[in-house]
Design a protein around this ligand. Structure first.
Ligand code: NAD
Length: 421
């Protein structure tokens, strides 16, 4: 099938490369000239395990091409996936202006009966709104919802083995085309109306954010009553109604999706006249969780952080990605620097011009009065902590991801604090 993907970010690129593995021919439209240059040379502009190979395979098979002009990308395409950003607007709602702008640019040139498929996370009612925009432009197309559920860090696996495929349309032919398009994937397909499909995406992300926040709140309570959250969550997780997934306490959720999607769902609820106080609480508790990590640092180093050296392990919002968007690690680095601390960071993949970085975890810890572990990269567990102890100026650790064994750290002479233990 001839397909266009508009936007070569995390979602668009994985979708495009993934669809070539199902035998489809994909033309990608991307506005950023630098990204385009890298992509045309077979390089992925961000870190995502396995994506470069998938991209290379698609290009070698002659199934993938990149275009600066969206009109070139959509020419002849029967299905056009929209994978454009929907950032948070000032009032918390999702800003859909990237999509509006792009559709304005190529709407009138779409093939007759083409499907315009919204992969971007968009507010409930967007399918209807974009359908009207395209109808008004004289396009004879069907807009449908097909939300994306990939996780950065395992996005290629998530494309190949999705938990489910959700298609939101009332048009039977469009639904059948989508089922046909994903034929090579083994996953339940849920065909529903557009509003329900749009809602599934937000409801899923808000639930996951709530689960993380619940684990964080229980961790905070464990600290107050002298319980160990690791055992508490393990004990809870064996209940089949609960399960073990997504119950890891930490510095609060971050990333490009959960913070903006929870805010957007609150905005959707507000405008529909429903006070989503549960989710408002989640958002509030998540902010507090970032601050609690800072308080743990202050509890060890004192209120005056001016000139204090902090080694920071991790910058990315989670392990497996170089994405810094809404990263709790970045939040902590910047807040510490604001208060005069000298932060030296190490991250295996991510980098930021705003924080001094070194190439080895040991170098980040050198002369530091405190080591803050903010991203759960598994390689941190393999670092020789005796050597870390030797190079640090003072043996303090705030382990915001519970990566290290508290008893081992105490035995090595560290003053160690985790989350909920
Ligand atoms: P991204 O910022 O990584 O990618 C968007 C791309 O679109 C960028 O490369 C940008 O240069 C390009 N672009 C912007 N305007 C353009 C235009 N007019 N024409 C062509 N290209 C243009 O964003 P992302 O993380 O891939 O997210 C895209 C959407 O998918 C968002 O709605 C997001 O909420 C949703 N989503 C993201 C994830 C995730 O984990 N990143 C998961 C599920 C859903």
């Amino acid at each position: 099938m001839d397909i266009a993907v508009i936007g070569a970010g995390y979602v668009g690129l994985v979708q495009a490369a993934g669809l070539t593995s199902l035998g489809h021919r994909i033309k990608v439209g991307e506005a950023d000239a630098n990204k385009l240059e890298m992509l045309s040379a077979g390089k992925v502009p961000f870190y995502e395990a396995g994506l470069e190979q998938l991209l290379a395979d698609g290009m070698a098979a002659g199934l993938l091409s990149f275009h600066n002009d969206n009109l070139e990308a959509i020419a002849g395409a029967k299905v056009i996936f929209i994978a454009l950003p929907t950032p948070q607007d000032e009032d918390g709602s999702a800003d859909t202006s990237y999509i509006e702008g792009a559709l304005k640019g190529f709407g009138a040139s779409l093939e007759d009966r083409a499907l315009v498929v919204l992969k971007s996370t968009v507010p409930v009612g967007s399918v209807a709104r974009f359908q009207k925009q395209l109808d008004d432009m004289g396009a004879n197309v069907v807009v449908i919802s097909n939300p994306e559920f990939l996780r950065e860090g395992s996005a290629v696996g998530d494309f190949k083995h999705p938990d489910r495929i959700v298609v939101g349309t009332r048009d039977q032919d469009a639904a059948e085309t989508m089922i046909d398009l994903y034929k090579g994937l083994q996953a339940p397909v849920i065909v529903t109306d557009p509003a329900s499909s749009e809602m599934i995406k937000y409801a899923s992300n808000a639930y996951l954010a709530t689960r993380i926040t619940y684990a964080n709140a229980i961790a905070n309570l464990c600290e107050a009553v002298g319980a160990d959250v690791k055992d508490v969550l393990k004990g809870m997780g064996y209940d089949r109604r609960i399960g073990h997934h997504f119950l890891n306490p930490g510095p609060g959720y971050g990333g490009s999706c959960f913070p903006k999607d929870t805010e957007a769902l609150v905005a959707i609820a507000d405008s529909a006249g429903y006070d989503f106080s549960l989710l408002k609480g989640v958002i509030e508790v998540n902010h507090q969780q970032h601050e609690r990590m800072l308080e743990k640092v202050v509890a060890m180093l004192g209120e005056d952080l001016d000139g204090k050296r902090v080694g920071l392990w991790g910058l990315a919002f989670k392990a497996g990605t170089d994405d810094l968007r809404e990263s709790p690690a970045m939040y902590l680095a910047l807040r510490l620097q604001e208060r005069g601390a000298i932060v030296t960071a190490f991250d295996p993949q991510a980098s930021s011009p705003d924080v001094k970085q070194v190439d080895e975890p040991l170098e980040a810890a050198r002369d530091a009065q405190l080591l803050l572990i903010a991203t759960e990269w598994p390689e941190f567990q393999a670092v020789d902590m005796r050597a870390v102890h030797d190079v640090m100026g003072a043996a303090n650790i705030v382990d915001a991801r519970n990566m290290l064994d508290r008893r081992d750290m105490v035995r090595l002479g560290f003053n160690y604090v985790g989350v909920g233990r």
